[in-house]
Design a protein around this ligand. Structure first.
Ligand code: ADE
Length: 253
């Protein structure tokens, strides 16, 4: 997969994805990321990329022309159809479903804004989709682009050591992930749950499923509303609730 990023801070994006699973995926050629700086396409001695807000008010807005030229260069380099995705708090919220959909594309262009944002006319003409990574405001789209690249990159075939680990992620089946433990089995902070040491795979799977259901119920009950649980899952969740009597949704605490 190839991702072109239009950003005033190319190093920010490049360095943000240089580590761990994503860094290795890039090294192995599973993921190619290239950055395009609108300042390189700006005119004049100052290479201006922004100007004041029409109508007055604080802050600056990114100019159309440098962005348009940087996008054109990215498009040409990406060769072939690449949707332009603008990262902004006004976008549709990114979900794991959306991540999966994007991960199946061969290429895309991520557009990062700074300041108050981008001249709306460029958004209307050049942007295919606007995405937000959450209901909070960042000082620019670069961190959001790095988030998108990370989430997509780890789903590229061969990126994760064990393909199963993506299947077990939180959200991959609409539920939160279960808790995980490693050695030492006994520690001053507590014991590893005995079932995980039993060697009984069916019991381990049952326990994990129950924890996933229970955690989702406790922490993100709205996710359960979108699912139809089978009878086994309903029983597991009831068992979890019995074992956690008195606990209710943690969400608003
Ligand atoms: N740029 C600024 N805030 C953002 C957000 N929450 N998501 C995506 N891009 C952004």
């Amino acid at each position: 997969m190839r991702i072109d990023v239009v950003t005033l801070f190319p190093e920010f994006v490049q360095q943000g994805i240089g580590f761990g699973v994503i860094g290795r995926a890039a090294e192995r050629g599973l993921l190619e990321v290239e950055a395009w700086n609108p300042r390189d396409y700006a005119e004049g001695g100052y290479r201006r990329v922004d100007d004041s807000v029409c109508g007055g008010g604080p802050g600056m807005v990114m100019l159309i022309e440098p962005l348009r030229k940087a996008l054109a260069a990215a498009r040409q380099a990406a060769a072939g159809k690449a949707p332009v995705i603008y990262l902004s708090p006004q976008g549709r919220r990114l979900t794991q479903d959306k991540v999966r959909q994007l991960a199946s594309l061969p290429r895309m262009i991520l557009l990062c804004g700074r300041y108050e944002g981008i001249d709306e006319r460029l958004v209307e003409r050049e942007v295919d989709e606007e995405l937000s990574i959450g209901d909070y405001v960042l000082s620019g789209g670069e961190l959001a682009a790095a988030v998108v690249i990370d989430a997509i990159g780890r789903l590229q075939e061969g990126a994760l050591g064990d393909a199963q680990s993506a299947l077990q992620d939180s959200f991959s089946v609409g539920l939160l992930d279960c808790p995980h433990y490693t050695r030492p089995v006994g520690h001053e902070f507590g014991e590893v749950p005995a079932v995980l040491l039993s060697g009984d795979h069916a019991a381990v799977n049952r326990w994990r499923r129950m924890q996933s259901l229970g955690r989702t119920w406790l922490r993100r009950p709205e996710l359960l509303e979108n699912l139809t649980l089978g009878q086994d899952d309903q029983r597991l969740l009831e068992e979890f609730k019995r074992e956690h009597k008195g606990q209710t949704h943690e969400q608003d605490h």
